[in-house]
Design a protein around this ligand. Structure first.
Ligand code: NOJ
Length: 746
């Protein structure tokens, strides 16, 4: 039996992270002095966040702010109204404590970048960090101090509408984007006027909702919680995240917004987080519906004592905490702790020194740099899934181009979900961009083909077919309108909705080469159209600059370089399918393409697959084609055996074997072959985006340390275990150069 070695870095895990801006700087003294002056009412005011439904300052509200009973607002629109509210807080209230204004600035403020799942397809955290930085510059110019982002829930079920807001299925990849987004939103120093506090959400396990139904139950064993669901939240903490949001779901029977294990033990005691936690919208009161609390008073007690500092929208705290203190169920020390957590963030943000919006936002809104970055990120987020006969890039000699589909010219839908401040008329659509970039020499024949993505009316199909007949090449823009993904927008069918599949197939039946550009908030099931089209470019919802980005990719100005951050299933019945699955005792190995009549009962043997469908996904995690080809060779490991504390270098040579310069995302995976707790068949442990010129070879090298080999065992200890490992340098989770090494005891 293997001897288990306690992972030495457990000490590190338990130690606190201190960014320079968190270093004692007199802030703690200021907080203590302020709290000492506060009445209970003023303290409870800091724990409350409200929304302004009518966007107006009623006399009642004015009074509340004046009395110091309002710590935060969300969704106050415009700088002027925010400044008016703030003026009362900092000039008329007794202690002059500023309000913190929150908003869902998820993938852009006015300049909208690709949806987060699209951003994750870029495998380019540096560019994503830049987009978040520029987003913060725009949003803070309107007085937004705090964004409810990043969302770093691990999502392995495409039915779940919020997969669009996630950064995918994998803890390693999600951690990279989590840190990048936090750094981008918060900047180098929270105190700067263009920095806004990040709110890492939804803590935790929200993406594991049963059946992909939003807000649903999550059952997550603790080791899986720690190995899979928590790392992206931990990465945010290490990047200096100022706040967290507790989620709607329950975890193993305890609602996340009343969960002392995750909120107290993990977040505070283990990670030493010292910012504040806000509930999700009504998630404290919803613990009554969960059957965890009898009434609002108990919801306040359980939510607050578990560690949720601020309540969003509902008023369980405001209505009940005073009484709960009288009854001795909530201590004054606990109240002070939460108030201090909130004030700490307000001080770190510099709100006491610069509480107002600057009112000169227009200069930074939709600036040239923002639009160029949005275009570049949209290009890098697009994933080429199929390219038969090198149909793409389209030839510059094309004279007649049919542009078809409900998403070819819809500025709002291309923004995707959760873009409340994005405006459709500020977008550049593919039709507009193709017209302007191709000029008068190319005849663009546009046919919408369907009045909307969900329309069942077939009457526009004949005109689309006619457009295709007249063209040398056809591009169909199909997929989901923005509303089909996002919060509470789960789907049971993942086909391209409405009559779009019919439209695509009718157009393809003309025999003209069809390029399908899919805009969607989730991986869709495309097998009813895939055989009929020559190319599929998966563009997600690309944002404001969808048009120029798509045009650049279609005509080869840029080679596609996005890779999937989630696995695509063939049919909904395969969900959940993710690359880092366990092997089982009876893994399938033979591809099964269906059950012909007369097939014996066990066509593939008694294995863990489906009788009526191949077990493999439609497209693997990490998959994505390019306009060139890359050859992987010469996998080299710096040693065959490593001891704890040693490093293993793994390298390979990647050659661009085609004719165009392009980026490739090179991926590193491992497998721990035998362990005291079974390990996934593959785990991503590194990736690099490299630019390789046509004909050029580059050496890509990764470093593995014992920390990369560790996992949570059945005693919830973070350990690595001696034994054999496989390692791959790959173009996706399915293909790659394979090597092996052994971890030996000292
Ligand atoms: C509910 C959503 O779950 C959350 O993500 C969002 O930030 C809040 N509403 C505030 O709008």
């Amino acid at each position: 039996m293997k001897k288990i070695i306690l992972f030495s870095l457990v000490v590190l895990l338990l130690s606190s992270f201190e960014s320079p801006k968190n270093k004692p700087s007199g802030i703690e003294a200021k907080i203590n002095a302020l709290v000492a002056k506060m009445t209970l009412k003023e303290k409870l005011g800091q724990l409350q966040q409200l929304t302004l439904y009518k966007q107006e300052l009623s006399p009642n509200l004015k009074e509340q702010i004046k009395n110091g009973e309002m710590g935060s607002f969300l969704n106050v629109e415009g700088a002027q109204l925010k400044n008016a509210l703030q003026k009362i807080a900092v000039e008329e209230s007794r202690l002059k404590i500023p309000i913190i204004f929150g908003r869902d600035v998820i993938h852009g403020f006015r300049t909208i970048y690709p949806i987060p799942l699209g951003q994750a397809s870029s495998w380019n955290p540096d560019l994503v960090e830049k987009a978040a930085r520029l987003t913060a510059v725009e949003a803070t110019s309107e007085g937004i101090n705090w964004t409810f982002a990043p969302m770093v829930d691990i999502a392995r079920d495409a039915r779940w509408g919020r997969i669009a807001e996630s950064v995918g299925e994998d803890p390693y990849l999600a951690s990279a984007f989590s840190a990048a987004m936090v750094k981008g939103f918060q900047g180098n120093n929270l105190n700067e006027a263009t920095s806004m506090a990040a709110c890492v959400k939804h803590f935790v396990g929200y993406g594991a909702a049963e059946g992909g139904r939003d807000y649903n139950t999550a059952i997550i064993p603790e080791n899986i919680l720690r190995d899979v669901y928590l790392p992206s939240f931990k990465a945010a903490k290490e990047a200096g995240a100022a706040t967290y949001m507790s989620s709607f779901n329950e975890i193993n029977g305890i609602p996340a917004s009343g969960n002392a294990f995750t909120l107290r033990k993990v977040l505070r005691d283990e990670w030493k987080f010292d910012g504040f936690v806000v509930s999700d919208w009504g998630s404290i009161e919803e613990m009554i519906n969960h059957g965890f609390c009898a009434d609002k008073k108990e919801a306040a007690l359980k939510g607050f004592n578990a560690g949720v500092d601020m309540e969003m929208v509902t008023t369980c705290y405001a209505d009940n905490l005073e009484q709960l203190i009288k009854e001795g169920k909530v201590s004054m020390a606990r109240i002070d702790e939460s108030v201090k957590n909130i004030l700490r963030v307000k001080f770190r943000l510099g709100l006491f020194d610069h509480p107002y919006a600057k009112l000169d936002g227009e200069a930074v809104i939709l600036s040239k740099e923002n639009l160029e970055t949005a275009c570049k990120l949209a290009e890098q987020s697009m994933v080429l899934l199929k390219n038969e006969n090198n149909t793409l890039p389209l030839s510059k000699t094309i004279r007649n181009l049919a542009v078809i589909g409900p998403l070819a010219d819809d500025g709002k839908d291309q923004l995707g979900c959760w873009a409340p401040d994005g405006k459709g008329d500020e977008s550049i659509t593919p039709l507009t961009a193709l017209r302007s970039s191709l000029g008068a020499g190319v005849n663009i024949i546009y046919a919408r083909g369907a009045s909307s993505c969900r329309s069942m009316d077939e009457s526009d199909i004949p005109a689309a077919v006619e457009a295709a007949r007249q063209a040398d090449a056809v591009v169909v823009f199909a997929g989901e309108d923005a509303l089909l993904s996002g919060e509470a927008h789960s789907r049971a069918f993942l086909n391209i909705p409405g009559i779009q599949e019919k439209l695509i197939n009718a157009v393809a039946a003309t025999g003209k080469p069809v390029v399908l550009v899919v805009m969607a908030g989730r991986p869709l099931v495309m097998n009813l159209v895939e055989p009929n089209v020559k190319s599929i470019l998966y563009a997600w919802h690309p944002g404001t600059m969808a048009g120029p980005a798509v045009a650049n990719v279609l005509f080869g100005k840029t080679s596609p370089s996005g890779k999937l951050p989630v696995t695509f299933v063939r049919w909904v019945g395969q969900i959940p399918t993710y690359y880092a699955h366990k092997n089982t005792g009876r893994p399938p190995s033979v591809k099964n393409t269906g059950i012909p009549m007369g097939t014996p009962l066990d066509p593939q043997g008694f294995v863990s697959g489906y009788l009526d469908l191949d077990y493999t996904p439609a497209y693997s995690f990490g998959y994505g084609l390019s306009y060139t080809t890359f050859a992987y060779k010469n996998l080299v490991l710096s040693r065959e055996k490593i001891k704890p504390g040693e490093k293993l270098m793994v390298s390979a040579e990647i050659t661009n074997t085609g004719n165009v310069d392009a980026d490739e995302v090179v991926q590193l995976y491992i497998r721990d072959l035998v362990a005291s707790v079974t390990r996934p068949v593959k785990e991503l442990k590194g990736f690099k985006r490299v630019s390789i010129k046509a004909g050029e070879t580059v050496k890509v090298e990764f470093t593995l340390t014992d920390a990369d080999l560790a996992f949570y065992n059945d005693k919830m200890k973070f350990v690595f275990e001696p034994g054999k490992f496989n390692v791959w340098i790959s173009k996706n989770a399915d293909e790659g150069l394979k090597g092996a090494f052994e971890l030996v005891e000292k």
